[in-house]
Structures are given as structure tokens and as C-alpha cells.
Design a protein around this ligand. Structure first.
Ligand code: T46
Length: 141
């Protein structure tokens, strides 16, 4: 496990095995990401102009990877918004709990692979932005 504290919005450089036959990247839970991987899902066939996300999660941590193509992820911790352009299959974007995320600008044929720290749980979603800000304010008070 990497001893460095991970922070939301951090780009994690993943192992890349260069090979004339094609490159290979691998990810091990609690080694390359600071959580056990409980779920894997991916977004694909995203139509031009579509946006995804628009919510935060109470406990979930994730690593997002553009395994094909590119897209933008805007992260918002309640104080500051940062937009990251993902376009490299050997880099992941770490997104912690209580981070509002919006995804846009998907290129044609892009695939967003997500490694998640928990199984799917609708009650973990925070879909109301004002409620998200109020929860952040409570945590900081
Ligand atoms: C995030 C971005 C990248 C499931 O049944 N299982 C799952 O594991 C997921 C992620 C979703 N679903 C169902 C729930 C909804 O009926 O799929 C539907 C769409 O899910 P959601 O609104 O979460 O999709 P996105 O693309 O807006 O957001 C998801 C993640 O929730 C989010 O954390 O970072 O993908």
C-alpha cells in the first residue's frame, strides 16, 4: 500500500508494461488504489454531448480511467471545482467520498472504466447539490 495519503482529484500513474505486442496496465487493490476493489463498471457508447454523474457519494471511493478515448471530469469538494481531462489508459483519477462529480466531453468510442470501493448502493448517492453543500458544511463545522 502506498503510504502517501491520496486526495480527491489525484492522478495515479499505473504500472505500464511496454511491449512490441501492445502495452499492458494492471491494477491491484490496496496497492495501486487505496481501497479494496469491490466493483468494476464501465461507461461506453456515450453519445456526443452527453453528461454523466451529477452527484456525490457518501462513502464510495473510485478510480476512473479513460481506457479508450477521452472525457472531462469536474470534481467539486464544495469549495473548489477542478476539471481534469482523462485520455491515458495508464492513468487513473482518484475520487474520494463526498466529491461532487460531473463528466462531459466524451470523445467518440471512449470507454470510462471505474474501480469502486463498495458494491452498488443507491442509498450512498447524494443527488441534491444543496444537500451536498449542507453535508460538507456540517462536516467542517
Ligand atoms: C460515477 C460515474 C463515473 C447499477 O445498477 N450499478 C452500478 O454499479 C452503477 C454505477 C449504476 N447502476 C445503475 C443505477 C442507475 O439506474 O445504472 C444507472 C445509472 O447509474 P448512475 O446514475 O450512477 O450513472 P452515472 O454515469 O451518472 O454515474 C456513475 C457513478 O454513479 C458515479 O459514481 O463517478 O458513473
Amino acid at each position: 500500500m502506498n503510504a502517501l495519503p491520496f486526495h480527491s482529484g489525484q492522478i495515479i500513474d499505473l504500472p505500464k508494461v511496454n511491449d512490441q505486442r501492445g502495452n499492458l496496465t494492471f491494477i491491484e487493490g490496496l496497492s495501486h488504489v487505496p481501497f479494496e476493489i469491490k466493483r468494476v463498471y464501465y461507461l461506453y457508447d456515450v453519445p456526443g454531448g452527453a453528461e454523466r454523474g451529477g452527484h456525490a457519494h457518501k462513502d464510495l471511493q473510485q478510480l476512473m480511467i479513460a481506457v479508450a478515448g477521452s472525457f472531462d471530469v469536474t470534481l467539486d469538494d464544495g469549495k473548489q471545482k477542478t476539471t481534469v481531462h482523462l485520455n491515458r489508459p495508464y492513468q487513473g483519477l482518484y475520487v474520494s467520498d463526498m466529491t461532487w462529480r460531473e463528466m462531459s466531453n466524451f470523445s467518440s468510442g471512449s470507454v470510462c472504466l471505474v474501480l469502486a470501493s463498495t458494491e452498488y448502493d443507491e442509498s450512498d448517492y447524494c443527488r441534491d447539490y444543496d444537500a451536498f453543500l449542507a453535508a460538507i458544511a456540517r462536516t467542517n463545522s
